[in-house]
Design a protein around this ligand. Structure first.
Ligand code: FES
Length: 162
């Protein structure tokens, strides 16, 4: 895609994953947030490579049912479900091992209908969950679940402490 850059040169959009259309006004608007790199050539043309600006994304919303029965819905950025919970002070998620799958203090239950989208537990995760008294077929360690836009609308239940 080519056009006039904010400085009057030609701009070519090489990578544009999250905006279906772009106008030069929107290049100006988002440039501080979105431009990952730019490369000027001696022809006066320059290339912009865009990253996904987190401030402009449609963030996934994930709801945690906390141990006290209350629910909290939070917007997800990058990282794991456990990190999201810690960043938002979700009651009952501690992440004591730092996400290396050895403590179960990030134990959650995932609704069956979401299991495919969340993905399967690894063998190491399953081994760790075997030592949890409250493990069920819907159990997962939230430190092993990467948040993505595909998880928008997910409701997870924090497992009770043992
Ligand atoms: S944070 Fe320890 S198992 Fe997830």
């Amino acid at each position: 895609m080519k056009g006039e850059s904010p400085g009057g040169s030609s701009a070519r959009i090489l990578k544009w994953g999250y905006f279906a259309e772009i106008s030069l006004e929107s290049v100006k608007l988002v440039s501080d947030l979105a431009i990952l790199s730019e490369d000027f050539t001696n022809t006066g043309e320059y290339t912009l490579v865009f990253s996904q600006p987190s401030t402009l994304r449609n963030m996934a919303k994930i709801t945690f049912k906390q141990i006290d029965g209350s629910s909290r819905t939070v917007e997800a950025g990058d990282g794991t479900l456990m990190e999201l919970a810690l960043d938002n002070g979700i009651d009952g998620i501690e992440g004591n091992c730092g996400g290396v799958c050895s403590c179960s203090t990030c134990h959650v239950y995932i609704p069956q209908e979401w299991m495919d989208r969340v993905g399967p537990a690894t063998n190491i995760e399953q081994d760790t969950l075997e030592f949890s008294e409250n493990a069920k077929s819907s159990s997962r360690l939230s430190c092993q679940i990467e948040v993505s836009d595909a998880l928008n609308g997910l409701v997870v239940e924090v497992a009770p402490h043992e």
